[in-house]
Design a protein around this ligand. Structure first.
Ligand code: BGP
Length: 458
């Protein structure tokens, strides 16, 4: 049997926008997802927008019972900035305060450790209108929002995260057009990334003034880049991939400093934002206590094939190309490679390069389309999901045995949730959601997860 350390966190993660849903009169302000859906609904799978997410806003009392029934000893969600501050700052929405207090208290009453994230891709529209993360003022609005959350909800929250996968809103919003505002502007992308890192540090600074015992971290999607071969060109490409995709946030978050080669590269390309010494000091002095790692797929890369033209726009993939390995194992619904052994690599990478900082798997899961076809007697028999978890946990355990300081494993996700542009195409939940009736039914994996948590292993 594979046994995890005493007190290991087993649970799941979700986010506010993906799970809460909206009801008339809830007082929530709009975020960029609400706006984008109004502007271009056809971009969203089956035209389902952020209003119609898993309805936790209405059903949280029942849902908290399901957390217990699926063996959660811990759970992560996020606070919706635009629900709490409809304008991003200023007046607070009292209905949001009441909802979150009651929701979080219900979770605590079940004895579940609560992890709370402050930002999951969801910029309030009012702040996007003044430039979003491009604007230094927004950093201060975020710091104020964070401080307000620590004050209002600190009694219920055990551990905090400042951001979920910050590289995503940088790359998807400002380089690759999968998130609003869908720009292609590398200089802005760098500025947005820099302000995001600064915002994370500012939140930590506020946290330290209020909270002396509890811990705060950041969730990153970090996987060591795997070069196609040991050829020096492929290895060089993998270093670039890590520089952009991983170390850009990992180094300043854990070590308080940006990677020197990264700063040099940005400088050579005239991409560096204006910085002031004080802001860099804030980043230096406010590093994280622990790290969340979201892992879905390996980052395989190879050397670029052609010389980049002089006119080319500065892009990360001018320096490395994704490598589609022949014979790779793939989840056809999402198109993502499956390689559980990378969990072990992550464990060792953090152990050896980042001072063996405390960390956890904060998301891992498999999204499957048309899951209803696996229904037998009203229950989804998702054995593939159980296998997926077991394989990843086996490699995680190996990393822990070899000294990596991992404290938990959270799956994505609790109840089938809305997945950005993919809406409800792929289902990830331990609990199935019927979109018509809002009925929740525990899947086979949810039952298995309960045993996993009770036995602290499998
Ligand atoms: C992570 C995000 C989640 C979630 C998950 C699954 O990167 O933090 O919000 O969406 O990916 O991905 P997707 O929903 O795109 O299938």
């Amino acid at each position: 049997m594979i046994k995890f350390p005493e007190g290991f966190y087993f649970g799941s993660a979700t986010s506010a926008t993906q799970s809460e849903g909206r009801v008339e009169g809830d007082g929530k302000g709009e975020n960029i997802w609400d706006l984008w859906f109004q502007l271009e609904p056809y971009k969203f799978h089956n035209n389902i927008g952020p209003k119609d997410t898993s309805t936790i806003y209405k059903n949280y009392k029942e849902d908290v019972k399901l957390l217990k029934q699926t063996g959660h000893n811990s759970f992560r969600t996020s606070i919706s900035w635009s629900r709490l501050f409809p304008n991003g700052y200023g007046e607070i929405n009292q209905k949001a305060v009441d909802f979150y207090k009651s929701y979080f208290k219900a979770i605590k009453d079940e004895g579940i450790t609560l992890f709370m994230n402050l930002y999951h891709f969801d910029m309030p529209v009012k702040l996007q209108e003044i430039g979003g993360w491009e604007n230094r003022e927004v950093v201060e609005h975020y710091a104020n929002y964070a401080k307000t959350c620590f004050e209002l909800f600190g009694e219920f929250v055990d551990r905090w995260f400042t951001f979920n996968e910050p590289i995503v809103h940088v790359e998807m919003g400002y380089l690759y057009q999968y998130h609003y505002p869908m720009e292609v502007d590398p200089k802005k992308a760098v500025l947005v990334g820099y302000h995001t890192q600064l915002a994370s540090a500012r939140a930590i600074e506020e946290f330290r003034k209020i909270e002396k015992e509890k811990k705060i971290g950041i969730v990153l999607n970090l996987t060591p880049a795997i070069p196609r071969s040991q050829h020096p060109s492929d290895i060089k490409a993998s270093k670039y991939a890590e520089m952009f995709a991983i170390r850009s946030f990992l180094d300043p978050s854990v070590k308080g400093e940006f990677q020197k080669e990264f700063v040099d590269l940005l400088r050579q390309n005239d991409m560096l934002p204006e910085t002031n010494f004080k802001d860099l000091e804030i980043i230096k002095n406010n590093t994280i206590d622990f790290l969340g790692v979201n892992y879905y797929q390996p980052l395989r890369v190879k050397a670029i094939k052609y010389q980049i033209s002089e006119d080319a726009i500065f892009m990360p993939d001018n320096y490395y190309e994704p490598y589609i390995m022949p014979g790779r194992r793939v989840n056809p619904h999402r198109g993502w490679e499956i390689d559980p052994s990378v969990v072990y690599d992550i464990a060792i990478y953090i152990r050896d390069n980042y001072g063996n900082i405390e960390w956890m798997i904060s998301e891992n899961g498999i999204g499957v389309e048309n899951e209803a076809k696996f229904m037998v007697d009203g229950k989804i028999q998702d054995d593939y999901r159980i296998e997926f978890f077991k394989e990843h946990l086996t490699y995680l355990h190996k990393g822990i045995e070899e000294g990596s300081n991992c404290i938990g494993y959270h799956v994505w996700t609790f109840i089938d949730c809305w997945s950005w542009l993919n809406s409800y195409k792929n289902r990830y939940g331990l609990v199935a959601l019927d979109l018509e009736t809002e009925k929740r039914t525990i899947k086979k994996s949810g039952e298995w997860f309960k045993k996993l948590s009770e036995n602290n292993g499998f």
